[in-house]
Design a binder for this molecule. Structure first.
Ligand code: 13P
Length: 339
């Protein structure tokens, strides 16, 4: 492991106002997304959709890293350039999702543990040879009656730390993602309590596993009301609670924090990020690693139709630019209609 190299990659992913495009949907997940636009999920349609995203003119000005799925890292542009090579050449660093999904945690109804550690050392070596310089592992923490349990939080933190250590051994930057889900009617206070507990357990596990914090990216949820909460907290409260939680839990050695969008609308996710960066003076880069909040408008504009290819790219370009401005603390909601 070369910590300086890992640190340089992490900074390139989220420095200079840049953020990360999460395009690592598994085949079942992208099929669900395609269902919403009546598009068949064939291998060629998945390739063409990702090609539309990756070849968006100007994307590299705002996107420093792209998370790929196993199928996509082996696919190529229409001109025959392998996607990871295409992206790396433009300075959009190629990364790879390496977990194999959240599975029911035996004995703990309603809770999950993320799988994918067996054989991971060999898989990381192959992905490195294909051009991946970072990876992603998503742990899922559900809020409900009597959950999450401490055990679930600990088990997921342990798996994230084992994954992160293996990544760094392979000179791959681990994106460490403990996602507290928005599903449910819980309050923002409850989300803050659970997010704080998940982050505290995570950093304890990372230290125990000798993971170099200078060589990771943290991908957390924002502290936000549950989707079905009666009185959902507004943007200023989300920004304030999220910053309070992160400042208390995330050591300054971590070079970058890149949020997931988690079911927020594209505009909400941008507004929240913008408010946090306007609050200023943060020890880490505070950026985005959005999936749905970057892609939903592009998917909707494309609708699986070749004649909408440019419209899809324009929709992605707009979200990438506005999120980059939010990262720089220069975003205003009025830009949504002006852009
Ligand atoms: P969303 O932004 O759609 O939540 O996806 C980000 C991601 O990569 C989840 O693992």
């Amino acid at each position: 492991m070369n910590v300086n190299e890992l640190n340089a990659v992490a900074k390139a992913m989220v420095g200079n106002g840049k953020g990360i495009l999460a395009a690592d949907e598994s085949t079942p997940t992208i099929t669900k997304r395609f269902d919403t636009i009546d598009t068949e999920s064939t291998e060629e349609n998945r390739r063409r959709y990702r090609e539309m995203l990756f070849t968006t003119p100007g994307a590299a000005d705002h996107i420093g890293g792209v998370i790929l799925f196993d199928e996509t890292i082996r696919q190529s542009t229409g001109e025959g350039v392998a996607f990871p090579d295409y992206l790396n050449n433009l300075g959009m660093i190629a990364g790879i999702k390496v977990d194999t999904g959240a599975k029911p945690l035996a004995g703990f109804p309603g809770e999950t543990i993320t799988e994918g550690l067996d054989g991971l050392r060999d898989r990381l070596a192959e992905y490195y040879s294909l051009g991946a310089r970072f990876a992603k592992w998503r742990a899922v923490i559900n809020i409900g009656t009597d959950i999450p349990s401490d055990f679930c939080i600990e088990a997921n933190a342990h798996a994230l730390a084992r994954y992160a250590a293996l990544c760094q051994e392979a000179n791959i930057v681990p994106i460490v993602e403990p996602e507290v889900l928005m599903d449910g009617d819980h309050s923002i206070e409850r989300c803050e309590e659970v997010t704080s507990a998940a982050l505290a357990a995570l950093f304890e596990a990372l230290a125990a596993h000798r993971v170099a914090l200078e060589g990771i990216i943290l991908k957390p949820n924002m502290v936000i009301s549950g989707t079905d909460a009666a009185n959902r907290a507004g943007p200023a409260d989300v920004a304030e609670a999220t910053l309070r939680c992160l400042k208390a839990q995330v050591p300054a050695e971590v070079p970058g924090i890149a949020f997931l969008s988690g079911g927020q609308s594209a505009e909400e996710a941008t507004e929240h990020l913008g408010l946090m960066n306007q609050a200023g003076d943060l020890p880490w880069e505070l950026s985005f690693s959005y999936g749905r909040a970057l892609q939903a408008p592009a998917l909707d504009a494309w609708r699986g139709k070749e004649e909408n290819f440019t419209a899809g790219q324009n929709a992605l370009a707009k979200r990438a630019k506005l999120n980059s401005l939010a990262h720089l603390g220069q975003y205003e909601t009025a830009m949504e209609t002006a852009a």
